[in-house]
Design a protein. Structure first.
Length: 530
């Protein structure tokens, strides 16, 4: 390993010294800039706006190498599903999420999710607060719309992660004897005062839904005025895409289908081809075909850490990164086996020895590729295919929204209304873009659509939401599993660990949240043994 690799144990296993630290003490001033400082200058507003994609990639590596921004939150969600086994390693800073350990309110790992997410919201609030619609230019109105879109994204993520839904491991009645069914998170806007923040209850599903829809409607109203073409900025297709995700969360399938199709029709992106996906230099690290992306440059602090960034964790071939040091990401063995051999996406993972596709994979370094474990991911390539220089390999892009997701939302939403129509949409997409020989022969078309979506979006942080909203079980323990021993957890419905717990510091500083937290799901399940 390069000298940039620091070997220390996961900080997430340690309990915080829980003093009075919360979003309030984290500088949570909703009025980030004065109107005079921003409305007079589109450039000033633009600088605030670009603070949002900067926050997407903000890192706090000095306090833990799992703290590398939105991409780390995506990875946390993925390892909580049954789709992404990780090779056992003492270097794995995400192991608590993989094994359902340390999920209570007193642990640093939960503190990071909470603080990071509300810091992102604070950044969006700054943009929204900065633009007075009565005096703003069209360009500033477009920027404010982008702020609304990003705030909606942040709250939609939080609502789905923290909303309490029924599980087989906990009940909705918490240790304080309060029923927390359907409660999400507190809403903090650019108009929320510190006094309100200190007595700010968890929003109900309905309250949160109304708030998010208001943001999305505000975004849609002026997003066409946004003149910044970069893929780190949301445009109309992304606003439609967020509405499609939103309506899926609410099981409003008619509207989910409608907005997924609007996103498809509005996007400047396109479906990635086989050549795009499997390219050794640009595979899943180039945003030209995506709807919304994160972009890292060699100057970004994440890249400068050498190891606390997307590529270091998600690209097994980056030989300077954490993954190459041990905790490599893999696809679940049973999931891999279910993918048709004629589906080119199966080449995004290393085939097991003797498998039909063994030897057909392409590696950036053949010798290193030969050493990878079976089922290891080849999906996310380091930038320019550079596996040795972190300044180059980690200066990459990763997807926050792709049009492929919209095709699957459209198909699933249609299937909930009319199974035959949903099947026709799935088969059309699969035969056109992924597997010309594809044919569905099962009985549960919704489950099949979600499975193909899981394959498509593997590693992109979205499967968590589908498993949780559809009340699907997670199965990691079975004969032939490639999950390590203590991660072999099986559930009969959505896992208890998918109802994330609010951190104690928020309880300490927000009296309305105190006594209304989610039950601690830690160790609700016993690992499967052969």
């Amino acid at each position: 390993m390069k000298r940039y690799f620091k070997s220390f144990l996961t900080l997430g296993v340690f309990s915080l010294a829980l003093a009075n630290y919360s979003c309030i003490e984290d500088g949570f001033d909703t009025r980030v800039a004065t109107e005079e400082e921003t409305t007079s200058s589109s450039k000033a507003t633009e600088a605030l706006l670009f603070g949002i994609p900067a926050q997407i990639n903000a890192e706090d590596a000095d306090n833990g190498h799992y703290r590398w921004g939105y991409g780390a939150i995506m990875h946390i969600r993925d390892v909580m599903t049954g789709d992404m086994p990780i090779v056992y390693s003492s270097y794995d800073h995400f192991s608590s999420w993989e094994t359902n350990k340390n999920q209570g309110k007193t642990y640093a790992i939960g503190q990071y999710i909470w603080n990071y997410s509300y810091k992102l919201i604070q950044t969006t609030n700054g943009v929204i607060n900065a633009v007075n619609e009565e005096t703003a230019t069209d360009a500033q109105l477009g920027m404010k719309a982008a702020g609304y879109a990003y705030r909606a994204l942040a709250y939609l993520d939080l609502a789905q992660m923290f909303e309490y839904l029924p599980t087989d491991g906990t009940t909705s009645t918490n240790e304080d004897k309060n029923d927390v069914s359907g409660l999400t998170v507190p809403i903090v806007t650019n108009e929320t005062t510190e006094e309100q923040v200190r007595n700010n209850p968890r929003a109900t599903r309905q309250q949160m839904a109304e708030f998010i829809l208001s943001d999305l409607d505000n975004a849609e109203k002026n997003i066409s005025k946004l003149t910044i073409s970069s893929k780190v900025m949301p445009h109309l297709d992304v606003v439609y895409g967020l509405k499609a995700r939103y309506y899926m969360w609410l099981a409003d399938y008619a509207n989910a289908e409608k907005y997924a199709r609007l996103a498809i029709n509005a996007t400047s992106g396109s479906v990635m081809t086989k050549a795009d996906c499997l390219d050794k230099a640009t595979g899943f690290n180039t945003d030209i075909k995506w709807m919304l992306a994160s972009e890292l440059t060699s100057e970004d602090s994440q890249v400068q850490t050498g190891i606390a960034n997307w590529t270091a964790w998600m690209s097994n071939e980056a030989q300077y990164g954490y993954a190459a040091a041990g905790p490599m990401s893999m696809i679940d063995a049973s999931m891999y086996a279910r993918i048709s051999d004629t589906d080119f996406r199966k080449l995004l993972w290393k085939a097991p020895e003797g498998g039909a596709l063994a030897g057909q994979e392409s590696y950036l370094d053949e010798a290193f590729g030969a050493s990878l474990p079976e089922y290891a991911s080849l999906k996310f390539r380091p930038a320019q295919g550079n596996v040795e220089e972190y300044q180059v390999g980690s200066a990459t892009q990763f997807p926050l929204m792709r049009v492929e997701e919209m095709y699957f939302i459209e198909a699933e939403a249609a299937a909930h209304q009319d199974a035959a129509r949903g099947q026709a949409l799935l088969e059309s997409f699969m035969k056109t873009y992924r597997d010309s020989k594809y044919a569905f022969s099962g009985t549960d078309i919704v489950e099949e659509i979600v499975f193909q979506k899981r394959v498509e979006l593997w590693g992109e942080g979205l499967t968590f939401f589908d498993i949780k909203r559809l009340d699907m079980p997670v199965t990691r323990g079975y004969a032939g599993t490639n999950f390590y021993d203590t991660a072999r957890l099986n559930t009969t419905r959505r896992p208890a660990w998918m109802n994330l717990v609010i951190v104690q510091t928020e309880e300490n500083n927000n009296s309305a949240v105190n006594h209304f937290n989610n039950p601690d799901p830690t160790d609700c399940y016993t690992p499967w043994k052969e």
